[in-house]
Design a protein around this ligand. Structure first.
Ligand code: F0G
Length: 460
């Protein structure tokens, strides 16, 4: 067998395990009803395989755990801050670092510092917390992702790309002064973990340079994006993930980062920039919301673990197994003819609830209903990424109706085995075979912000 065809087995062995509680169907029925059919409101104890998110749920390495013992818990100037700063400069190439408790802390700082009331913030598809912070700062998010991203069956390998024509039209319409930066996510979470190509980033840099507009990355899953560039973009097959990650950053002016994904830690994030003035403003503001600029809401030990995690995240073997496992699950579901977003993205499988449950109207929350159904079947916890996540238009107060109505099976890194993937696939297949019996939901409680986290539903 040729080397490239060989399996993706993990480059680690397991030295500690966490035992799980097994539940009965009756227990699960009761649990999901009590949770208002919202998988975010389930107790983790009642979950068998937890695919709610890949955020903060990964397994740290023995190196990271030993890094925790090196925590320098000084209020100011902790050693671990400087270790993290070095890692950021080495792997991403950005000058200035401001740690935050997690990604959204950095989004808040960036939005407050850079966005003025009435500004327009273009981005390659919205992300829930990112858009909210942009709006709270007085900006309006405008989606400039390519149309292919909204089509779950389109096989284009870089569905995260920015549509440069849409962006140019937006600049023409509002003027460059109204656009503080373009927010580029690598990979695009809400599109199904779809990557951006290097060519697109280069062209974006050219266009924004012409107009004096900054490019800020949401670099949360940047190493995963680099893997797709390595696999699918001409000229990158022989480059390392580490080199590709650094090249991505080189076309931008900074970024926000949730360390809870790529960087293999349970908590942590940061803002990075090259511009000294933005850095100074943000490092003043961080004191208000997070903590002193050398810890930003993190313990010293958390910064140490994140620095080690960043180095581990750009190892080629790690990423091959990480995304290999996601693709393995994708292949199983495709074999069972379950409708999923293609191509399979970086951090999970996204089931297309519109095609899975064509009999449920979008305002009866098909993806929400499907996530509840999968949990009831097997104790596998997934989450909704559709109309509930999209929320309401801040001006009209009406639901957004996103084209993609998805259930996300998010795979934590280094946590589950191939046998777990088999169990997940069998459960989704079983629910698919019985899909006609599934009913829609009505929302009986809707919180004001990021409603998907806490909304409650009843069965219709
Ligand atoms: N940007 C992206 C693309 C994300 O996926 C997330 C978090 C954030 C920013 C915010 O980071 O959680 O550290 O504050 N995504 C998680 C998820 C919550 O489940 O997709 P955070």
């Amino acid at each position: 067998m040729s080397l490239s065809k060989r399996s993706w087995a993990e480059p680690f062995k397991i030295k500690m395990v966490e035992l799980l509680k097994m539940t009965t169907p009756a227990q699960r029925l009761k649990a999901i009803k009590e949770a208002g059919y919202n998988t975010f409101l389930l107790k983790s104890e009642d979950v068998y395989i937890d695919l709610l998110t890949d955020s903060g749920t990964s397994a740290m390495s023995d190196q990271q755990w030993s890094g925790l013992m090196l925590g320098d818990e000084a209020y100011a100037g902790s050693k671990n801050f400087y270790t993290l700063e070095k890692a950021v400069q080495k792997y991403y190439g950005f000058k200035y670092l401001i740690p935050t408790h997690q990604g959204r802390g950095a989004e808040n700082l960036l939005s407050q510092v850079m966005i003025k009331k009435g500004d327009i913030v273009p981005g390659n598809m919205y992300f829930t917390t990112t858009r909210l912070h942009q709006e709270l700062a007085g900006g309006t998010f405008v989606d400039v992702i390519i149309d292919e991203a909204h089509d779950s069956e389109n096989l284009f390998p870089f569905k995260g790309n920015v549509d440069l024509n849409k962006l140019e039209a937006l600049i023409k319409k509002h003027g460059a002064k109204k656009i503080p930066y373009v927010c580029v996510a690598v990979t695009v979470n809400m599109a199904g973990g779809q990557p951006v190509s290097m060519e697109n980033l280069k062209q974006l840099r050219k266009l924004t340079n012409k107009h004096g507009i900054k490019v800020m990355l949401d670099m949360t899953r940047i190493a995963e994006n680099a893997f797709f560039i390595q696999q699918n973009e001409k000229g990158y097959a022989n480059k390392s993930i580490a080199a590709i990650v650094k090249e991505i950053c080189s076309y931008t002016d900074g970024g926000t980062f949730s360390g809870k994904k790529d960087a293999l830690v349970n908590i942590g994030g940061f803002l990075v920039v090259n511009d000294k003035k933005i850095f100074e403003e943000a490092s003043n503001l961080v004191v208000v919301y997070e903590g002193l600029h050398t810890y930003g809401g993190l313990a010293g030990r958390d910064m140490e673990a994140m620095a080690i995690g960043i180095a581990e995240s750009v190892q080629d073997e790690h990423m091959k197994a990480r995304i290999g496992q996601v693709q393995y699950l994708g292949d199983k579901l495709l074999e069972a003819e379950v409708p999923i977003v293609l191509p399979v993205g970086g951090h999970g499988i996204f089931v297309d609830a519109k095609r899975f449950l064509p009999h449920i109207k979008q305002d009866q929350f098909p993806a929400q209903a499907l996530a509840a159904e999968i949990y009831t079947d097997s104790g596998v916890r997934t989450m909704e990424r559709g109309i509930v996540s999209a929320g309401r238009n801040k001006k009209t107060g009406k639901h957004y109706y996103p084209k993609l109505e998805l259930v996300r099976l998010t795979i934590p890194r280094r946590v589950y085995t191939q046998a777990h993937m088999d169990v997940i696939a069998e459960s989704v297949q079983h629910v698919y075979e019985n899909r006609k019996k599934i009913k829609g939901l009505k929302m009986v409680y809707e919180p004001k912000y990021l409603r998907f986290f806490q909304a409650r539903f009843e069965k219709l």
